[in-house]
Write a protein that binds this ligand. Structure first.
Ligand code: PLP
Length: 461
């Protein structure tokens, strides 16, 4: 058997069995599935993995074609199971929303709403009103505005306040976060001129002071997010920087990245500054993400002095980076939950995952393992694990967790994890020491039966 003996696509299309497919599928879909099948056979023939061709009129070949076509019809954006142990995983869509936020989003999607209508006066309103008062209440800010994401928040804030002027920033904070967001580049894009001060590990108030001249508009602090400088380090207190900014008539701005609204110390996460404390210390403007530790939709929240916020609201870029109605609905509902911080920690999935008791995580691991019935080819061990917050938040901070480590007699860890990704609900796991590790801190109770089903299928297959 030689690849040249493979049939032409046209002759296959003439077969009655293949023609029957055109009742359900377009010619283009059938042709590309046939091409894929023939190409697969060519590869197998060349590798001498097969020495005869399948029956092109047979039901096996038909079923394979149908499966291929259905696969291409499946949605591209699909639900997956996060078993990585990384709570805020940008590749996996970051935060899951609270039920209240999902409901609000659904209502906003299904019906007309007062997005830009003042219901009392019957006049045109502003989309910002739906969340501004809430943000002010929760952070103590004078005013606030929301945009598409934190990157847009930083860009807009700099454009509106420092275009054509200088921005002073510490050399220790000129970060790159994933997805090509580099602070020096964003500053340049805003039309501002970056003035770097201090050293990588130490920057003093006097460095900032010496960096300010007549053309300076902004002192910019930023959260180092995905890295940490340890050892001989120092950076000034916000209070002292705020005093300097006031004395010299410039704006003190801080890109917080994640940004938290409540104290996370009860979860053993002491280092993350709370937005209200930062504003209280005298920072004029802070920006943070809606879908990191806040646990809401993708958004960039800007809070601070009303005079500056007013400039942002009227800037021409505002329209290009404004938040859509679905995200506004989800953000409003998420922020409302923070009025009762204890409720927030139960209702907002990111916070609930953080607050989870280790016993609860362990119980989930046991349920998963107990559901595996055919362990002839597989081993599953419950073990201690470390989970991480992710999303550029607290890179050093690990969280005690429990995992189920899976190994398969005939499959390497890479192969097994690829098979798990290919499940109808893909399971995204970690590979550690040659085994596939499923961290139970990021897996929900509802995910467990789906993982059990997937593993039982794999062990039998
Ligand atoms: C994550 C992060 C951003 C970008 O936030 P997005 O909401 O993803 O745009 C900006 N700055 C810092 C410090 C961050 O950690």
């Amino acid at each position: 058997m030689h690849p040249r003996d493979l049939p032409h696509i046209q002759s296959l299309l003439d077969l009655t069995e293949i023609q029957n497919l055109s009742e359900r599928y377009s010619r283009g879909e059938v042709v590309s599935a046939l091409r894929g099948a023939i190409e697969g056979l060519r590869v197998q023939l060349l590798a001498a993995e097969i020495d005869s061709l399948p029956d092109f009129c047979g039901s096996d070949f038909q079923t394979g074609l149908v499966a291929d076509i259905e696969k291409t019809r499946a949605a591209s954006l699909r639900r997956v199971i996060n078993a990585t142990g990384i709570l805020i995983h940008t590749n996996l869509g970051r935060s899951r929303l609270a039920d209240q936020a999902i409901a609000a989003m659904q209502a906003a999607a299904a019906h007309p709403n007062n997005l830009e209508l003042d219901l009392t006066r019957g006049k045109r309103g502003s989309r910002h009103t739906h969340v501004e008062a809430l943000i002010c209440e929760l952070t103590g800010a004078e005013a606030a505005v929301v945009v598409n994401n934190c990157a847009a928040a930083v860009l807009l804030s700099l454009m509106a306040t420092a275009s054509g002027k200088k921005v002073v920033a510490s050399r220790g904070e000129l970060i790159e976060i994933g997805g090509s967001f580099r602070l020096p580049d964003v500053i340049e894009q805003s039309g501002a001129i970056l003035k770097e001060v201090g050293a990588t590990n130490k920057t003093r108030v006097s460095d900032y002071a010496n960096g300010i001249d007549d053309e300076t508009a902004v002192l910019l602090k930023s959260h180092t997010s995905n890295f940490k400088i340890v050892g001989f380090t120092s950076s000034p207190e916000r209070r002292d920087l705020a005093k300097l900014a006031r004395d010299r008539g410039v704006i003190l701005m801080e890109d917080l990245g994640s940004g938290v609204l409540i104290d996370l110390a009860p979860f053993g996460l002491p280092d993350e500054p709370v937005v209200s404390d930062i504003l209280k210390a005298g920072v004029d403007l802070v920006m943070f993400s809606g879908d990191k530790l806040l646990g809401g939709p993708q958004a960039g929240i800007i809070a601070g002095k009303s005079q500056i916020i007013a400039r942002l609201k009227s800037h021409p870029l505002m329209r290009a980076v404004r938040l859509d109605k679905l995200s506004i609905a989800a953000l409003e509902a998420t922020l409302r939950l923070y009025r009762a911080p204890y409720d927030a920690t139960r209702e907002i999935p990111v916070l609930a995952m953080l607050a989870q008791d280790i016993l609860e995580i362990g119980a989930r691991a046991k349920r998963l393992k107990a559901g595996l019935f055919d362990m002839a080819n597989m081993a599953a061990d419950i073990e201690q694990s470390l989970a991480y917050v992710g999303g550029g938040t607290l890179p050093e901070q690990d969280l005690q967790s429990v995992a189920v480590a899976i190994s398969h007699k005939n499959l390497s860890a890479e192969k097994l994890s690829a098979v798990l990704r290919g499940c109808s609900v893909p399971v995204i796991a970690r590979i550690e020491k040659g085994r596939v590790v499923l961290d139970m801190r990021t897996v929900t109770d509802a995910d467990v039966p789906l993982i059990v089903e997937a593993l039982n299928e794999i062990s039998q297959g």
